[in-house]
Each structure stands twice: as structure tokens, then as C-alpha cells.
Write a protein that binds this ligand. Structure first.
Ligand SMILES: *[C@@H]1O[C@H](CO)[C@@H](O)[C@H](O)[C@H]1NC(C)=O
Ligand SMILES: *[C@@H]1O[C@H](CO)[C@@H](O)[C@H](O)[C@H]1NC(C)=O
Ligand SMILES: *[C@@H]1O[C@H](CO)[C@@H](O)[C@H](O)[C@H]1NC(C)=O
Ligand SMILES: [Zn+2]
Length: 286
């Protein structure tokens, strides 16, 4: 009994010590990937199946947060999860915003998406690729989710809302985490008995009904480009200004009003992330 108690304490402490995630939480990323995998062409579905690690059992959503779990020891990957703009600037500019803390150009979520797009394009070539395309697929699928989380294209000095302390109902949180996790979690608890598949199914229903006439527009990349993460980043920072940051003050309690008015934005961004991840993989794998 004592021993069991000790183990329990040890496990709980370990969980509490784990670093908070960046990007949609586990559920958000899984939802984006579930939607995407259901929309793949035969060629893309086959490539994904070939590239997924065996333990994923052909379920992309099970490994969509892999990039978050490795980012703390794969040091170069840290800056690739976001692209913050200068404070109060509600637009995205590649030259200005896509760099790491040392100012190295292209090291942000938008640069990473083009990087892994280019790597995945070597899948069908005759010569053996120099890249690990399993990793490229996992990074790519994760970053396509991240770029759709509005606060991943937030302001620089508050680190995309990470330093803005607020309460979510009774719990202490930061604004970034509310967009990564809490809005999704509260929706799942209230409307879906905490069942992520039911939430995903509802999003998919809306993709075929309410949003149906917008899907072509979401999928399209202008100028015949394969991926266009710059467009998603521009939408993201605008949503950050219009919804995530709007009317939020430090130490404020956010509850029903904020939840109800922001949930539609979260739903939209999850759906767009999934639809665009599929469309881009379909273009990549032809
Ligand atoms: C591109 O991917 C390689 C890993 O194959 C990584 O070393 C490099 O930092 C990445 N660059 C960007 C901008 O994503
Ligand atoms: C590619 O990366 C995966 C995931 O990190 C790893 O398990 C696998 O061994 C790597 N493949 C090669 C050929 O290095
Ligand atoms: C689906 O669309 C309806 C009608 O606009 C909306 O009330 C509902 O919240 C949406 N659900 C999801 C999961 O997108
Ligand atoms: Zn991330």
C-alpha cells in the first residue's frame, strides 16, 4: 500500500513536471490529423501509410504531437512551432517575422512548412532521398496544425500569449494555453462527454454542410504553389488580434462569454487545418 502510494505520488509529480505543450494540445493536433487522413487521395494515403512508423498503425493522429514531445531535446526545432509578429501588429510578414531568436531567416513555422514540403516532394523521386521522410511527415503534419492556432502567430513580447496570466473559469492558466487546450477541452466536456471522436465527427459534418462552399477556397494555393503557409499565418495573426487578444486584460477571469464567442474560431481553425493538411499532402504525393 505504501509502495503503491509512493508510485502514485511519483507519477503525479512527473506529469506535473512535464513542460507545457506548444501548439494545439494533443487533442487539437489529433483532430487536425484525423480530419486530414480521412480526406487523402489514394496516392497520398498510400505514401502516409508507408512513411508512418509501425507503432502508429497507420493512424496519423496518434503521432501528430510527436514534434512537441521531441522539441525539448531537438533544439533546432523549437523556433519552428510559431511565427510571432511585433507587438500590436496584426499582419504577418515573412522577412520581418519568420526568424529565430538569433535572427536567422526562415526559422519559423512558415519556413518549416516549406522545408518539410520540399523534403516530402523527394518521396517519389528515383534517387534515394537524403532526408528522413518519416520525420518530415510528422513535423509537417504538426506544423500545419500549429500555424492554424491563432496565438502561434501572436505578438513577440508576450510570447504568443504565454506570459499573459488569466483564469479559465476557476483555474490559473495563460492565454496561450487557453487556445492550445482549454477551449477545446471545455467544448469536449460540455458537448461530447469528453469524446474527441464525436467532436471530430461534428467538425466533419460542418465541413460537408455549413462550410461546404468555402472548402475549395481553403484548399487552393495561389500561383500553383504546393503549400502556402504564409496565407495561414496571415489569417492567424488577424484572428489573434480580432479574437484571442481582444478585450483580454492580465489576471482577468475568462469564462462563458469568452468560451462561447471564441469556440467558433477554434472550430474553424481546426477544420481549416485538417482540410489544408490533406489538400497539401494530396498535392505533394500527387
Ligand atoms: C529543415 O529540416 C532539417 C531537418 O531535415 C532541419 O535541420 C532544418 O533546421 C529545417 N529548417 C527549417 C527552416 O525548418
Ligand atoms: C527516421 O526517424 C524516425 C523517427 O525519429 C526513426 O525512428 C527512424 O529510425 C529514422 N529512420 C532512419 C532511416 O534513420
Ligand atoms: C457546426 O455548425 C453549427 C451551425 O453553424 C454550429 O452551431 C456548431 O457549433 C458547429 N460545430 C462544430 C463542431 O463545428
Ligand atoms: Zn507545436
Amino acid at each position: 500500500m505504501e509502495c503503491y502510494k509512493f508510485q502514485l505520488v511519483a507519477i503525479v509529480s512527473l506529469v506535473l513536471l512535464l513542460p507545457s505543450t506548444q501548439g494545439w494540445g494533443k487533442d487539437g493536433h489529433a483532430i487536425v490529423c484525423k480530419i486530414a487522413q480521412s480526406r487523402l487521395s489514394d496516392a497520398a494515403a498510400d505514401a502516409v501509410k508507408q512513411l508512418l512508423p509501425a507503432y502508429a498503425q497507420n493512424d496519423l493522429s496518434s503521432v501528430c504531437s510527436w514534434a512537441d514531445t521531441v522539441r525539448f531535446y531537438v533544439r533546432w526545432s523549437g523556433p519552428l512551432h510559431f511565427a510571432d509578429s511585433p507587438d500590436k501588429v496584426c499582419n504577418y510578414d515573412f522577412k520581418r517575422d519568420c526568424k529565430d531568436q538569433n535572427g536567422v531567416k526562415g526559422r519559423c513555422v512558415v519556413g518549416a512548412i516549406s522545408n518539410f514540403t520540399d523534403q516530402l516532394l523527394t518521396y517519389n523521386t528515383k534517387t534515394k532521398t537524403e532526408y528522413n521522410l518519416t520525420q518530415a511527415l510528422l513535423y509537417f503534419s504538426h506544423f500545419m496544425g500549429d500555424v492554424h492556432q491563432p496565438l502561434h502567430v501572436g505578438f513577440t513580447s508576450d510570447k504568443g500569449g504565454n506570459t499573459i496570466a488569466v483564469r479559465w473559469f476557476k483555474r490559473k492558466e495563460n492565454l496561450h494555453h487557453i487556445w492550445d487546450v482549454n477551449i477545446i477541452e471545455t467544448a469536449e466536456e460540455r458537448f461530447y462527454n469528453s469524446n474527441i471522436d464525436d467532436f471530430t465527427a461534428d467538425l466533419q459534418k460542418n465541413i460537408t454542410k455549413g462550410w461546404a462552399n468555402q472548402i475549395k477556397g481553403w484548399e487552393t494555393c495561389d500561383n500553383n504553389k504546393i503549400s502556402c503557409a504564409d496565407v495561414y499565418a496571415s489569417e492567424g495573426v488577424k484572428a489573434a488580434c480580432d479574437w484571442a487578444y481582444k478585450d483580454v486584460t492580465e489576471d482577468e477571469t475568462l469564462s462563458d462569454d469568452y468560451f462561447e464567442s471564441r469556440l467558433p474560431i477554434v472550430q474553424l481553425r481546426l477544420a481549416q487545418g485538417g482540410v489544408r493538411l490533406a489538400a497539401t499532402l494530396n498535392r505533394i504525393f500527387g
